[in-house]
Write a protein that binds this ligand. Structure first.
Ligand code: ZN
Length: 365
């Protein structure tokens, strides 16, 4: 797996390749560092694909945040932010069984961020129906200006519907009556909140606190911050500026900037400026404008004092000739193209141009 580069020598964050660690099933005390063991926070990009396209097997958007201590490889609390395509397989590469995930957080109800949950929950239902429920934390129902409703709650309640309809759930229940009769939806404990201008605590356990703030992309979009004794990480999701198009000061979200103030790590979806309407990709301007550019994210990270910027959900993927049907002006982008864009602002912190399973662990050893 990839060794993360692109860091300054003065980096506080320890940037590391991912090792395949197997976490035992012993129950650790949620959120509490064991006496004498130093707390640690580990942030892994489980998927870096931007949007619905597929490219060379990259997984869909998601970030795993682990908190614990040196004695359990940061393995007390497991939080998954978004569950794009292939999340379960990515977790298996990390040696993290889906049964260990304590909570899932959705930034918004787009399939490239949510579609992996059905797979994850069916697997959990199959083998651990009697195990703990998974907290699903997300925006309450959000009404679009077009009149439709975006509903995380309904998504969760219907997560197993195709398998109920096909008869598979009934068939497997006939084999094992200890499984929950309603299928995988029975294993989700949904907590919704109303995304607001000020950050609010939406989940906590022991030393770990997760806050959320409203941000713009589609109705109901939220960005999150995890605070722990080992450090803090913001997951911006696909946030863009409240002003949907230029003229505006930046493509980034003012709310994400507030949330990122003093954070150790910012994980954020990224679009490269080359996809802008001033070039000839044909990429739809409204979709370009509702993402944050790598250049503006570097500037945000500099203003907010973020130590490490992890670019993910890259539009376009590195090495791709197209983003979906849209050709990349000037040809495929490289890691350096994203890093250069992020540093245009003068940002001098660590830049991680995301690839699947890239991991940053705090504190630096
Ligand atoms: Zn997306």
């Amino acid at each position: 797996m990839r060794q993360v580069k692109s860091c300054t020598p003065s980096a506080r964050a320890r940037l590391e390749g991912v090792t395949t660690a197997t976490f035992g099933m012993a129950a650790f005390l949620f959120g509490a560092a064991e006496a004498g063991a130093a707390p640690c926070l580990s942030v892994t990009l489980t998927g870096t694909q931007g949007g619905p396209p597929v490219f060379q097997g990259q997984a869909g958007a998601g970030t795993l945040v682990r908190y614990g201590n040196d004695d359990n490889q940061c393995g007390s609390v497991f939080l998954q932010f978004d569950t794009g395509r292939g999340t379960t397989q990515q977790l298996s590469k990390l040696g993290v069984p889906v049964g260990r995930i304590n909570a899932v957080f959705f930034t918004h109800m787009h399939s490239d961020h949510t579609e992996g949950l059905a797979d994850m929950m069916q697997l959990r239902w199959h083998f651990r129906s009697q195990g703990p429920k998974v907290d699903l934390v997300c925006s309450g129902d959000a009404k679009s200006p077009f009149g439709h409703i975006l509903s995380c709650d309904k998504y969760a309640r219907h997560i197993g519907d195709p398998l109920l309809q096909s008869g598979e759930i009934a068939q497997r229940l006939a084999e094992n009556k200890k499984r929950l009769s309603g299928g995988p939806a029975n294993l989700l404990n949904v907590t919704t909140f109303d995304p607001a201008e000020a950050a609010q605590v939406v989940w906590s356990s022991g030393d770990v606190t997760v806050s959320a703030i409203r941000s713009r992309h589609i109705p109901g979009h939220a960005s999150y911050r995890v605070d722990t004794p080992a450090g803090s990480v913001v997951i911006g999701g696909d946030a863009g500026n409240d002003n949907p198009k230029p003229p505006r000061a930046a493509s980034t979200s003012d709310q994400v900037e507030t949330l990122s103030n003093g954070a150790d790590i910012l994980v954020h979806s990224t679009i490269h400026p080359v996809m802008g309407p001033d070039r000839d990709s044909g990429f739809p301007p409204p979709i370009f404008y509702r993402q944050s550019t790598a250049s503006d994210l570097g500037a945000l990270a500099a203003r907010a004092g973020v130590k490490t910027l992890m670019l993910t959900h890259l539009i376009p993927p590195m090495g791709a000739a197209k983003q979906g049907p849209y050709p990349i002006p000037g040809g495929a982008l490289k890691e350096q193209d994203y890093e250069s864009a992020a540093r245009d602002s003068g940002y001098a912190g660590n830049v991680v141009v995301g690839t699947d399973l890239a991991t940053v662990t705090l504190p630096e050893r």
